[in-house]
Design a protein around this ligand. Structure first.
Ligand code: SF4
Length: 240
């Protein structure tokens, strides 16, 4: 991918009239379209040469019926290991919860080369490069939205999306060409999308949210239980 191609953001308008735009762009691990993030990664390649230090790809089958969308790689997590939510605190609760609900083959994601498999699930991020202080800028989220749009284009129509946090929630809406104002973020909120998919919101499983108990393991489990129930009901309805 060229820098110019991803610099044209997939915006909230026009998807219905522009199917090519709605498909987004396939992930490119060499993308350097965001100058601030590319510069930060270059710094980390010098400071932390053993780390992955590149745009982090999504993990899981492209046609998995559950798509989990997070914010961005953590410096010492996905940016270190090259797998979303792997190697830092946020992934501990996520992978345990995925395992508890039958979406992962093991409760711990140790590194990108371990034997863990996702089962009918895929994990993606609104932003693929580690941002300083875990805070991507709005322009960076918009620019990276083309990759998320590509993930969503492959996501089945009877699928469920779990958005972890407000930025992920808005990125999903943007990628689908939906108006943000029509779908308010709220933990546990369920949004029936026009194309048939279900979007479920959750607070992000960050260290801050879990240590302050804004998000408890029970609250997080309830979100994934809802996703599992919805997926099972949709499968059964399709088979009937
Ligand atoms: S955040 Fe996304 S669009 Fe920006 S440089 Fe990284 S991969 Fe490219």
């Amino acid at each position: 991918m060229t820098v110019a191609s991803v610099s044209d953001p997939v915006t909230a308008a026009g998807h219905a009239d522009n199917p090519a735009q709605a498909r987004g762009l396939p992930f490119d691990a060499s993308c350097a379209a965001c100058p601030r993030l590319a510069g930060f990664l270059a710094q980390q390649r010098s400071a932390l040469p053993a780390y992955y230090n590149a745009p982090v790809p999504a993990f899981g089958a492209v046609d998995a019926r559950l798509l989990v969308v997070g914010l961005a790689p953590g410096l010492h997590g996905a940016n270190r290991t090259g797998r979303p939510f792997t190697g830092d605190h946020a992934g501990v609760l996520l992978y345990q919860t995925l395992f508890d609900h039958g979406f992962a083959s093991a409760p711990v994601s140790e590194h990108a080369a371990d034997t863990l498999r996702l089962i009918g699930a895929r994990i993606s991020n609104a932003v693929r490069c580690v941002p300083p202080e875990n805070k991507p800028e709005p322009a960076e989220v918009r620019r990276c939205n083309a990759f998320l749009a590509h993930d969503l284009a492959a996501h089945p129509a009877d699928g469920v999306v779990i958005a972890l946090g407000t930025i992920a929630h808005q990125a999903v809406l943007d990628a689908l060409g939906l108006r943000r104002a029509a779908y308010s973020f709220g933990h546990g909120a369920r949004h029936a999308l026009p194309d048939g998919r279900l979007l479920i919101d959750s607070y992000h499983c960050s260290r801050y949210n879990t240590s302050t108990r804004r998000l408890t393991p029970e609250m997080f489990a309830a979100v994934f239980a809802a996703a599992r129930a919805a997926l099972d009901a949709r499968r059964d309805a399709g088979a009937a």
